[in-house]
Design a protein around this ligand. Structure first.
Ligand SMILES: Nc1ncnc2c1ncn2[C@@H]1O[C@H](COP(=O)(O)OP(=O)(O)OP(=O)(O)O)[C@@H](O)[C@H]1O
Ligand SMILES: [Mg+2]
Length: 119
């Protein structure tokens, strides 16, 4: 079976265009982009401040999902880190998943072949 991986990047919306360009540059063409809200680990701020507890605030983020087989996963991670790193809280997260299969409906292609954008 072909090795197929999904890389999901959740980060600051203002970084989206630069991220997309960097991914295109290394051969990533197919992606799903969603505007989401989320929160991560609230570093440096407490959920209970002077006895008053509050819910961590949901912050607008952009989620970029790309499913790849030819482009190395490490290349996607490196490109994303290079564009997205500021060192400030909220730079984002990258999640990596194994994908069981991909089916292109029009042709019936499966696996790696279904991801080939040249046919
Ligand atoms: N454990 C998690 N599960 C699901 N989604 C998460 C998780 N952690 C973060 N996210 C998503 O990733 C987005 C970006 O997270 P964020 O950059 O705030 O990460 P963090 O772990 O809090 O790091 P930082 O300290 O840099 O803020 C969140 O808004 C949320 O949508
Ligand atoms: Mg955070």
């Amino acid at each position: 079976m072909d090795k197929i991986t999904k890389v999901e990047i959740i980060t600051r919306p203002k970084k989206f265009e630069e991220l997309k360009a960097a991914l295109n540059e290394i051969g990533v063409l197919g992606m799903t982009v969603t505007h989401v809200v989320g929160c991560g680990v609230q570093k440096g701020s407490m959920n209970n401040y002077r006895g008053i507890s509050y819910t961590p605030e949901l912050v607008p983020k952009v989620k970029v999902e790309t499913v790849i087989s030819e482009v190395p996963v490490e290349a996607v991670i490196e490109a994303a880190k290079k564009v997205l790193y500021t060192g400030e809280i909220g730079d984002g997260k990258i999640f990596v998943y194994d994908i069981a299969n991909v089916i292109r409906i029009r042709t019936g292609d499966e696996g790696k072949k279904a991801l080939d954008n040249t046919i």
